[in-house]
Each structure stands twice: as structure tokens, then as C-alpha cells.
Design a protein around this ligand. Structure first.
Ligand SMILES: Cc1ncc(COP(=O)(O)O)c(C=O)c1O
Length: 457
């Protein structure tokens, strides 16, 4: 299968889509912007020079207040796994909202254990006990607490360039100065070198870089901790960091070293879970390792706040030593959403779609790389792909301004793309997994033109 990238200057045409958005009668874009500026916390930022207002979504498409359609290649920051307002997810959520919205886990309800059981069926044997929360940050906080309780140690190893959340303890795990405030945050966290071969300080093959990066964990433990650690937490593919990952040997070696020093291994599957990487349901499976704790969020709820921590019973039991409670954790509506999402991923073959169309998109991106000197690196798996833009391939200087130009140009042509990396120079392509081959080809065509425009800007 080959993707087609137009070499002509003919106008780009979005694939046909048999859907008419509802007429929008709400406040104008200017009014919404003014209200937001007046009353929302100024820390909230928007992506484009002229903020885009989105009022409706259907599968892989979003609509602005004028009814203009956009191909969504960022999925609400990798959160819309099945498609915007997917009919099955909507029906199940609506049914649950109309029946019982909330009672808490103080009472029995079938949805929560049903979803926990469903997750266990997707996990490696032994990872069969789940605690539900509402966000990825909360899930990572809880995972670290459990690891500390279970091991009796405090120190945690995370990776440089990681993003694990913005709550004060998750901020300590995150490793970008841009996301860290000068306040107290998760302590006793040490950041080991990322195995990403594109920006590693080590030289050699990706395998050698992976091995030496894993060895850095051992050094960090010996020099910066009491010699024993509670946990190692890592994203199988770093998302916010710009879709970076190491060679296949990295996690095997990293997990071995961490376990030799008493630590548990935590896989942060907030972006990589639920089939997005194509070949496997969980990102860690691409690296042939079995974590002790798995955290998940985002695509799990397809837009409904839903996150979880799955682990082995003996680790989970440590949380029973004190009272622990989460008001919305296990909420019947979010549980209904999670069950519906997992059903859709299975029934509609979305993991396979991520594999096949991710391959098509990646192949097209490589072709673009051969024609656009701006593209320094193309990487990722399935429908979790990154394109790193550089001003000079030899020095790998981040092309931060050009990345913004590409985003703006693509938006003008009807395609929404994400951005990541510490320098903000990585295009993130992580669409809803229901995307079609025509969408992929259209997205590539638009990207081709946007890159040309950005290079000439
Ligand atoms: C890998 C990863 N972990 C954790 C989080 C935090 O999730 P949340 O924003 O739901 O707290 C994110 C959010 O982007 C993430 O990408």
C-alpha cells in the first residue's frame, strides 16, 4: 500500500463526509474569547495565533462555529480514541446518565467491577486489580504511592523529556522545565537520560544508545539514592516530549536494572494504551516487557474523564493500610464510557486500523522527509507519530518558528495537528483511530504544502 502525495498546486480537497453539523446559535467566537480572557485563568493557552473555536465533533472531524470542517490529527491531545461523539459511546453514556449518574463506590454497582475485569482480560497475567481515578496525573500519583508503600523505598527514577502530569506530585515526575513551576513538587525523583537516539548525548547505534541510557539508571541509583528505589516510571513512547522512544532493547535492560535495585516498573500508558501503537494493545508490549503497574487515561474515556491504575494484588493491597477514596473514581457514567470504548476498539478493529493506517502515514511522512530538509526525524508507532523539524539536519537545531508556521498553514487548509518537544519543534500526529486512508492521504498532501510554505516563510 502506498500513500499518495500530490506534487501539483491544485487545491486540496478534504475527503467527503456525509454529515451536516447542527447550526450553531451560541455566543460568537469574539464573545467567547472575551469571556475567557476576562474570567478564565490566564494560564490557559490556545494553539493558534487566532484561537480556533470548536463547537461540534463527529468521528475524525471537528467543526467550528461557522460549520467549517477540520480533519483532526490530534484527537483532543490523543484522547479521542474511537472518534468524536462516537454513537456507541454516546448511547452507553446517555443510558447511564439517565439511570444513575453517581452514588460512589460506597455502594455496589455492576459497571465498575465489569470494567476492572475487562482491563484484566487485556493485561499480562497477574496485572488484574484496578483502581479508577479521573486523570492521568492522579493515576501516576497513585501508582507512585503504591510503589513506595510496597517497596518501603522513596526514590523514583523517571526519564528526562517525560510528561507525567501537572499535579504537584506528577510535576515532579515530569521533566521539562517549561512544565515545572518553582514550587514544592514530587520529591525524591531522579531523571535518567532518555534513550531517544535523535537527541542522545551518547553516540553509536540506537541499540548501543539504549544500552548506555539504561546503564545511566544504574549510575543514578548508585550516586543519587540510598541504592534502593521504589519505582521507575516511563512512557513507552514519550508523547508530550515529541513522540520519542529508544531501541527495542531499552526497556528490557532498564527494567532489569531497576528490579535489581528493588524498584517496581511503572508503564505510563496514558497516550500509548488502547491500541494506539497498532501492533499491540499496550505500548509496553512493543518492547517485550511486563510492568508491575500500568497507568492509563486519555483514550480510555474517549473524552469522558476516566483514568486508572492496574497492578498486581499484592501491590494494590498496600493501599488498604489506610483510608483512600476518590469521589468520582469508579463513577458509573465514566465506567460505562470505558466499557463502550473498549468494545468499539475491539468491534471496529481500531487497533488494526492504527497499525495499517499508521504505517501508511509513516511511509508518507518518510517520503516528505526525502523532499523537505525541514524534517529531521520521523518516528513513532501506529497512530502515534512525530515529525521533528530542524533548521539544519547536521546541527539538528530545533525549527521552532517553522513548526508554528506549519501548524498555522495546515489549519488554514483544514487539518489540525499537535505540537510537542521541549523546544516545541515536533509535529504530533495522533488522530482518532477511526481515520481512513483518504484522510491520511489528504493530511499528507496538506502537510506537504504546509512544509513548503513554512520553508519559504
Ligand atoms: C503520558 C502522560 N501521562 C500523564 C498525563 C497527565 O494526564 P492528565 O492531563 O489527564 O492529568 C499526560 C497528559 O498529557 C500524559 O501525556
Amino acid at each position: 500500500m502506498t500513500s499518495t502525495i500530490s506534487q501539483t498546486a491544485a487545491p486540496v480537497r478534504m475527503p467527503a463526509f456525509d454529515y451536516t453539523p447542527r447550526p450553531y446559535h451560541g455566543p460568537s467566537r469574539a464573545e467567547v474569547l472575551a469571556a475567557r480572557r476576562a474570567h478564565a485563568n490566564p494560564a490557559l493557552f490556545t494553539l493558534y495565533r487566532e484561537p480556533l473555536m470548536i463547537v461540534e465533533g463527529k468521528m475524525q472531524y471537528l467543526f467550528d462555529e461557522t460549520g467549517r470542517r477540520y480533519l483532526d490529527l490530534f484527537a483532543g491531545i490523543v484522547t479521542v480514541s474511537c472518534g468524536h461523539s462516537h454513537p456507541h459511546v454516546v448511547a452507553k453514556v446517555r443510558e447511564q446518565v439517565e439511570t444513575l449518574q453517581h452514588a460512589t463506590t460506597l455502594y455496589l454497582h455492576p459497571n465498575m467491577p465489569a470494567l476492572a475485569e475487562k482491563l484484566a482480560s487485556k493485561m499480562p497475567k497477574g496485572l488484574d486489580v484496578t483502581y479508577f481515578v479521573n486523570s492521568g496525573s492522579e493515576a501516576n500519583d497513585l501508582a507512585i504511592t503504591m510503589a513506595r508503600l510496597y517497596t518501603g523505598y522513596t526514590d523514583v527514577i523517571a526519564l528526562r523529556n517525560a510528561y507525567h502530569g501537572g499535579s504537584s506530585s506528577a510535576m515532579g515526575l515530569t521533566s521539562h522545565h517549561t512544565w515545572k513551576f518553582p514550587v514544592m513538587q514530587g520529591t525524591n525523583v531522579h531523571h535518567a537520560l532518555s534513550p531517544d537516539p535523535y537527541r542522545s548525548p551518547f553516540e553509536g547505534s540506537p541499540d548501543e544508545i539504549a544500552r548506555r541510557s539504561a546503564e545511566d539508571i544504574g549510575e543514578l541509583i548508585r550516586y543519587s539514592t540510598p541504592g534502593r528505589v521504589a519505582a521507575f516510571i516511563a512512557e513507552p513512547i514519550q508523547g508530550v516530549g515529541g513522540v520519542t522512544h529508544g531501541a527495542p532493547n531499552y526497556f528490557r535492560e532498564a527494567y532489569r536494572i531497576v528490579r535489581e535495585h528493588g524498584g517496581l516498573c511503572i508503564a505510563d500508558e496514558v497516550q500509548t494504551g488502547f491500541g494506539r501503537t497498532g501492533a499491540h494493545y499496550w505500548g509496553f508490549q512493543n518492547f517485550d516487557v511486563v510492568p508491575d503497574i500500568v497507568t492509563m487515561a486519555k483514550g480510555f474515556g474517549n473524552g469522558v474523564p476516566l483514568a486508572a491504575v492496574t497492578t498486581r494484588r499484592e501491590i494494590a493491597e498496600k493501599l488498604a493500610d489506610r483510608l483512600h477514596f476518590n469521589t468520582f473514581g469508579g463513577n458509573p457514567v465514566s465506567m460505562a464510557a470505558g466499557l463502550a470504548v473498549m468494545e468499539v476498539i475491539e468491534k471496529e478493529g481500531l487497533q488494526e486500523n492504527a497499525r495499517v493506517l499508521g504505517g501508511r502515514l509513516r511511509q508518507g511522512l518518510r517520503l516528505l522527509q526525502s523532499r523537505h530538509p525541514l524534517i529531521g526525524d520521523v518516528r513513532g508507532m501506529g497512530l502515534m507519530l512525530g515529525v521533528e523539524l530542524v533548521t539544519d539536519r547536521a546541527t539538528r537545531t530545533p525549527a521552532t518558528a517553522a513548526t508554528l508556521e506549519v501548524l498555522e498553514a495546515a489549519r488554514e487548509m483544514g487539518v489540525l495537528i499537535g505540537k510537542g518537544g521541549l523546544a516545541g519543534n515536533v509535529l504530533r500526529l495522533k488522530p482518532p483511530m477511526c481515520i481512513t486512508a483518504d484522510d491520511v492521504d489528504f493530511g499528507l498532501d496538506v502537510l506537504d504544502r504546509a512544509l513548503t510554505r513554512a520553508a519559504g516563510a
